[in-house]
Design a protein around this ligand. Structure first.
Ligand code: CP
Length: 307
């Protein structure tokens, strides 16, 4: 990498507002057909948790920028022989890897690794436990920005398992920063967070309260992998109370758009006809994910960004 100060993308709050705006603008421009940069760099995908969208879109983004991409197969890597993540990162850096895209089940693991890696090796947080998922929040905002709606006109509700959701944490940080008109969060009491900053967020206790007049709603999957099995809710009951259906969308603003970071669980947090319906932005989010991750990789390399 040519940039002197090594950049990492760990969370939304560590990005300044100019960078946020530049990333949104650049992803939008790439989606509209702007020519991508060519980056003579190598990225390694290191995923300690399953992923379809994030891993594949970082890989496609890097390929479109002409980067070399290494997908580490963890079950065939030396992490199975006891190598620490810090040593794995240093080993990859010594081989010329410029950037690691890391997904890890431990909250805070990406931040910790950032304090340990050699200078010149960038880290992109692709989701750490209940912590942060900054590229998801940025692609969600870019998807909404592509609709042409002003931030002040956006009335967004984030609904479901907020407590265990890194998407919600990053999204709340980002949408609050963007100064959207109204921001609500709602979920069952045992899925509401006790460690998230909810300043400026209206907390609702029912789905209907969260939907009333909203012009965008983001549904969240129940993060069963982060729950004690005894705490798993019954899917049918959950759907009755908290599942988004066409009938329940009637109390939202006309044309209310529906987002979901995926993967979706049809018939649990969202009905299939809503997920597949005309209000759904779900596949637009997936598409924008590639462009946002291209913008992020360009930013890491010091291209096309405000600072
Ligand atoms: N939204 C998201 O992070 O999806 P994946 O787990 O498939 O990457």
């Amino acid at each position: 990498m040519t940039d002197k100060a090594t950049r990492h993308l760990l969370d939304i709050d560590s990005l300044d507002s100019d960078t946020v705006q530049s990333l949104l603008n650049r992803a939008g421009a790439l989606a509209a057909g702007s020519a991508p940069s060519h980056l003579d760099m190598t990225v390694a995908n290191l995923f300690f948790e399953p992923s379809t969208r994030t891993r594949v879109s970082f890989e496609l983004a890097a390929q479109r920028l002409g980067m070399r991409v290494i997908n580490i197969e963890l079950d065939r890597s030396s992490s199975t022989k006891g190598e620490s993540l810090t040593d794995t990162a240093a080993t990859l850096a010594a081989m010329g890897v410029d950037c690691i895209v890391l997904r890890h089940p431990e909250t805070g693991r990406c931040h910790k690794l950032a304090s340990e890696v050699p200078a010149g090796l960038s880290l992109l947080n692709a989701g750490d436990g209940r912590g942060h998922h900054p590229s998801q929040a940025l692609l969600d905002a870019a998807t909404i920005a592509a609709l042409g709606m002003s931030w002040s006109a956006l009335d967004l509700s984030i609904v479901g398992d907020i407590r265990h959701s890194r998407v919600a944490r990053s999204g709340l940080q980002l949408f609050r920063r963007l100064g959207i008109g109204r921001l609500r969060a709602a979920g069952p009491p045992d899925m509401m967070p006790d460690d998230m900053d909810l300043a400026g967020v209206e907390v609702c206790t029912t789905l209907d309260e969260a939907l009333e007049d909203a012009n965008a709603v983001m549904m969240l999957r129940i993060q069963r992998e982060r729950m004690d099995k005894t705490g798993w809710p019954d899917s049918k009951h959950y759907h009755q109370e908290w599942g988004l259906t066409e009938a329940r969308l009637a109390s939202a603003a006309p044309g209310c758009r529906v987002l979901h970071p995926g993967p979706i669980n049809r018939g649990v947090e969202i009905a299939a006809d809503v997920a597949d319906g005309p209000r759904s932005l779900i596949l637009k989010q997936v598409r924008m994910g590639v462009f946002m991750r291209m913008a992020i990789l360009e930013w890491l390399a010091g291209r096309h960004q405000a600072n």
